[in-house]
Ligand binder design. Structure first.
Ligand code: HEC
Length: 126
């Protein structure tokens, strides 16, 4: 956690991507169809950094500065609006490991994964 700059560590980025690809298979309880799409995307593309539960407690968190967002923190529930999350996922967060997803995911897929994070991981009602 001592301020490792991920840009200077391409091998770590490679390991992250490898673990993302390897973590795509998962078996969990059934959800409504739209949330299931969001969950599949989250498990395939996001959980290596953000964690199964969205709490950011991952191997990746040890080497990323700033660390991946802990969606379950009260602070996140207060500050992360739906619009902000969609924008951050679409365009990424400059200067962080949170990359833009607009060329990998459709607008509908981005909305689905944000909806999944908010409903299932952040436990927000909207
Ligand atoms: C390589 C690691 C990595 C992956 C993969 C990743 N994220 Fe992130 N994410 C981060 C980091 C690091 C931050 C913190 C950025 C910051 O502090 O500004 C973050 C922040 C976020 C935020 C909060 C942004 C804000 O406005 O503060 C959202 C929402 C988010 N990620 C969603 C996703 C989704 C959805 C996916 C999958 C499609 C994903 N992330 C994949 C590393 C990752």
């Amino acid at each position: 956690m001592s301020g490792v700059n991920y840009i200077q560590k391409p091998n770590l980025i490679f390991i992250l991507w490898l673990s993302i690809s390897l973590s795509s298979v998962s078996q969990v309880a059934a959800l409504p169809a739209d949330l299931e799409i969001g969950r599949d995307i989250f498990h395939k593309h996001c959980k290596a950094c953000h964690g199964d539960k969205g709490d950011g407690k991952t191997f990746a968190a040890n080497v990323l500065n700033p660390p991946p967002k802990n969606f379950t923190a009260e602070e996140s529930k207060k500050t992360l609006t739906t619009a902000r999350m969609i924008l951050s996922v679409t365009k990424g967060r400059k200067g962080t490991a949170m990359m833009p997803w607009e060329s990998n995911l459709t607008g509908a897929e981005i909305r689905a994964v944000v909806n999944y994070i908010r409903k299932e991981l952040m436990q927000l009602g909207d």
